[in-house]
Design a protein around this ligand. Structure first.
Ligand SMILES: *[C@@H]1O[C@H](CO)[C@@H](O)[C@H](O)[C@H]1NC(C)=O
Length: 648
């Protein structure tokens, strides 16, 4: 009972805290009775769908199918879909950079409603679908594509019941068609949804001023032209409209109809997003997360304490031996004091990777701060993507600064090459991946491919802002110079005794990665679900917390492994620290494959390659980001340990 009230309090507090900070994404728009309220349309996206609730009932059946069948989006005006087009042609709505990158393709549409006018069976248009496109539409229905409309900037949703909690939430979009009849029996041919029961919720703001605060659609399939005389559709027809490829004739006429209900709502305009945002189930979400956070924090404290105690005991012993002038043999990590400053192999690559990692850390940190302050509310479409791109561009200076400083610390002399690689290597990898992904998106006929203009904008940001800033950062880095190693390095390298299997770099990186991954994987599950689903991800508080805990875990684990390796007289800590920090990428990748196996069923080679492409990119970002955190943590530990021991 008490815990229930705790998380309901948190669940209430969180959106409330969020709202206080919402930027006025768009000024509220008021309508008068009878005003035209237009619908805009966005790209169709695959959904792990369960059918929505009929408008009348509060409880509905939820289909067992929650597997996602595709990951690419399709333009609403894809010719083979034959949706009604506006008179005078469709006009693309201007969107932010982030919205375009995340796949928004918004257009006007011929669908409209009139404020406070309940309209029944409005005929939108009749579209003739030729037989050769039946297969395409049926495929998209079977792949569970959802149609996305928007009213007054608000996405049109379906009411759904959460599997476990039986709570009603708004899932964005509504299914293109259905594979099951009203009793849950599978249809021979999928039925296309061509009739929409739209419930628009309004709130009276002032006399004669109404605001739209919610929109849901219950789509239906009606063979409405069959028994009607002429071209007037009859919405009373209860037969499904199917596009049967074995039927006679050259095609089929499909009448699109909409019935609009206006429902008064108590929700004011300011909180109209709540129904969409309440989608994350706070009880399961919070409880699971809190558990993992507690376990991880506990682990960090334990490991930290053990480490601090044994290190300080070592230091005490080493220094005591020295004081007694006792000619005892040295042991443990002190033995390698003359080698910890030895330049690792491929120092240039290491410097560039750590530099890029710091840039990503800065980007992630600032983006999360923005999110926590509520700047990334879903009413600012694409703001998350925009903030990420812009902060990444601006933090070119951070990568330049850190990579040159590390380069100098590792006795590198070619700082120009280092700067050049920092400015171009990672962006090049990302950009060429985007181009490759774009290619596969085009091949699979998706509208998610990034338009040429946006690609040019990205290149311009990269060359005109990021590269010069990297140069500036490098100059500052050169001026500051390298970090000094606390001990002098011998000319002759020490021999490294063979280490146990679990201390070899790769094995230890994989093992060390379990802990940070364990701290993050629940949140990762929610992020993936909303990325590949119809829920908006808003749990930025949880995400920020998870990021901090994961970073702390990474740092602790890396320090622990560095200590073990130094005790085993293996002084090559630089690469080891970076690899250990980035070790969670191995598990991230494995988890991505597991997610694929259990929650996605991707048809076709190009979607498989796409998924692997996205996953590899995510893994790389994770590797660099947490690798650099591990590197700096290990560096700080090494510095403190060897500053504390007395070396003669
Ligand atoms: C529209 O229909 C709904 C549902 O039947 C009803 O609750 C509402 O009062 C109607 N609105 C108007 C303006 O007639």
């Amino acid at each position: 009972m008490r815990t229930t009230s705790l998380y309901s309090a948190l669940a209430v507090l969180w959106p409330a805290a969020c709202q206080a900070w919402y930027l006025p994404g768009a000024a509220p728009r008021s309508y008068a009775p009878g005003d035209v309220v237009p619908f805009t349309v966005n790209a169709l996206a695959p959904a792990a769908s369960s059918p929505g609730l009929p408008p009348s009932s509060a409880q509905g059946t939820v289909s067992s199918s929650t597997q996602l069948k595709s990951i690419t989006s399709v333009n609403y005006y894809e010719p083979r879909l034959h949706f009604c087009r506006p008179q005078g042609g469709e006009v693309s709505q201007s969107e932010s950079l982030g919205a375009v990158l995340f796949g928004d393709r918004i257009y006007n549409s011929p669908i409209e409603a009139h404020l406070l006018k309940n309209e029944s069976c409005q005929h939108i248009c009749t579209s003739s679908v030729p037989k050769e496109d039946f297969g395409y539409i049926n495929d998209k229905i079977q792949e569970q594509y959802a149609v996305n409309w928007m009213v007054d900037g608000l996405p049109v949703a379906t009411k759904r019941v959460a599997d476990r909690t039986q709570e009603i939430f708004y899932a964005i979009g509504f299914p293109l068609g259905r594979q099951f009849d009203h009793h849950g029996l599978e249809l021979k041919t999928p039925a296309l949804h061509n009739h929409y029961e739209a419930l628009i919720e309004y709130h009276q703001h002032a006399p004669n001023e109404y605001r739209i605060v919610g929109a849901t659609v219950w789509p239906d399939s009606k063979d409405s032209l069959r028994e009607s005389a002429g071209s007037k559709p009859n919405c009373g027809n209860v037969d499904f409209l199917t596009l049967d490829e074995s039927s006679s004739g050259a095609g089929k006429e499909v009448a699109y109809t909409i019935t609009t209900y206006w429902i008064e709502s108590k929700t004011p305009w300011a909180t109209r997003w709540d129904n969409y945002l309440r989608v994350f189930d706070p009880r399961i979400h919070f409880f699971a997360l809190a558990n993992s956070v507690i376990v991880v924090v506990f682990l960090i404290i334990m490991v930290g304490m053990i480490l601090a105690r044994s290190v300080s005991r070592d230091i005490h012993r080493y220094n005591a031996i020295d004081l007694d002038e006792d000619v005892q043999e040295e042991y443990g990590w002190k033995l390698v004091h003359a080698d910890i400053g030895r330049t690792p192999s491929r120092p240039l690559l290491l410097a560039v990777m750590v530099g890029t990692g710091t840039q990503l850390v800065a980007m992630a940190g600032v983006t999360l701060v923005f999110a926590l302050l509520g700047f990334l509310s879903p009413s600012n479409r694409g703001s998350l993507g925009t903030v990420m791109v812009v902060t990444w561009t601006l933090f070119g200076s951070v990568s330049g600064y850190f990579s040159t400083r590390i380069h100098v610390s590792l006795n590198g002399e070619d700082w120009k090459k280092c700067t050049f690689l920092t400015a171009f290597a990672f962006p090049f990898v990302v950009f060429s991946s985007i181009l490759a992904i774009n290619f596969f998106l085009l091949v699979s006929g998706s509208s998610g491919a990034i338009p040429f203009g946006t690609l040019l904008a990205l290149v311009a940001l990269w060359f005109l802002i990021s590269v010069p800033l990297t140069l500036v950062g490098s100059f500052l880095g050169i001026k500051s110079g390298g970090w000094a190693t606390p001990t002098r390095t011998n000319a002759i390298p020490r021999q490294i005794p063979p280490v146990q299997w679990y201390l070899r770099p790769l094995q230890s990186a994989i093992m060390a990665g379990i802990l940070p991954f364990g701290a993050a994987f629940l949140e990762l599950f929610f992020v993936l679900n909303s990325l590949f689903g119809t829920r908006i991800y808003v749990a930025f508080g949880f995400l920020a917390l998870t990021f901090i805990v994961t970073a702390l875990t990474t740092a602790t684990v890396t320090i622990l492994y560095t200590y073990f390796a130094l005790c085993a007289e293996d002084y090559r800590w630089h690469w080891r620290a970076f690899m250990t920090g980035g070790g969670s990428s191995f598990w991230l990748f494995a988890y991505g494959l597991f997610y694929w196996a259990t929650r996605l069923s991707l048809p076709g080679l190009s979607t498989k390659i796409l998924y692997l492409g996205y996953l590899s990119l995510l893994g790389l970002v994770n590797f660099l980001l947490f690798g650099s955190i591990g590197y700096f943590a290990a560096w700080m530990a090494v510095k403190r340990m060897y500053t504390a021991v007395r070396v003669d």
